[in-house]
Design a binder for this molecule. Sequence first.
Ligand code: PMP
Length: 392
Amino acid sequence: MSRTLDQRLTQELAELAAADLGRLHRLLESPCARVVTVDGRQRINFASNDYLGLAAHPALARALADGALAWGAGSGAAHLVSGHLQPHAALAERLAEFTGFPGVLTFATGYLANLAVTPTLAGRGDAVFADKLNHASLIDAMQLAKANGATTQRYPHADLAALERLLAASPAQTKLIVSDTVFSMDGDLAPLPALHALAERYDAWLVLDDAHGFGVLGPQGRGSLAHFGLPADPRILLMGTLGKAAGVGGAFVAGSALAIDYLRNKARSYIFTTAAPPAVACALSASLDLIAAGDALRANLFARIAQLRDGLAGLPWHLPASPTAIQPLLVGDNAAALALARRLWENGLWVPAIRPPTVPKGTARLRISLSAAHTEADVAALIGALREAAAG
Ligand code: PMP
């Protein structure tokens, strides 16, 4: 590395550390589960997105192991070359049935799935309208669409009037409204029925990221659209991730047969990457069974959400309305958020402090992530520790 580049990187890292924005791995010495071992000590895990507690489920580990024995370790190539194996096709078929959309493509990660949609559908002459608080992968997808010649505009979070003004003023041929369904750092729900109505009124596509709704919301965990009773409309493209509630890894994009046919032919992040190992698809098919039969898991998760929100009422930190597993406790200052997280950590509770640029400046927070695996006592311990911290 050149000396000047070396100096620049060293200086930037020092600046990040000085602003309490340095990032380090925390090393787990046990599987991702309700309780994890870190630094030789057990901690209750409020940090993962394993909302149904399936990541360490023996049935999924077994399906993964059996899948590897039957199908090998790797897929060997991209889906369109020779990497599309029967387990991938079976998973896509299951997901189509589960979501109600006729077409499905599967991806190795949600980041890749989001990169497949917006820049493939929107280029020169087209327009993208994106919620300000969309996930980084949707923002990067929007930047790629911009590089392809699309105009891109971000509307204030969930501001339907602002979005409608932008849609009404847009001369674009193809319009895409792009939104998280459950916002990843706030836990609130996008106003999907109203977004859908706007998409119909202005003949726009609706591109939705259901990373945090899939498996959690709606009857049988079918996701945010089902939660709102919205149909699998051909103007919707639905992305869902499979490394959160589904407990394994990967993602899918679902839509009309035509839209999915087009993405399969054109989406660069689908075409130019190796397909996920087939055993992962085997584990995911098993996971869909657990999700569909998981009403008791979801009932426990929602009981824990209600318990936490009741227990944290009246604390000095704002807990914005969130009906989902993601509960954000707004602290504001980076150092204060880190200090609060450290204090909980010392009490055996792992709750991550989330700082800019992941969240807007001045809104550093604890992102409390609840799971169906948590017990009433786990959540009571967290409430107790936060109450104690608030008392000084
Ligand atoms: N979208 C949202 C809203 C997310 O929270 C995440 C993961 N944090 C992703 C997409 C990316 O998914 P993956 O981790 O599978 O790449």
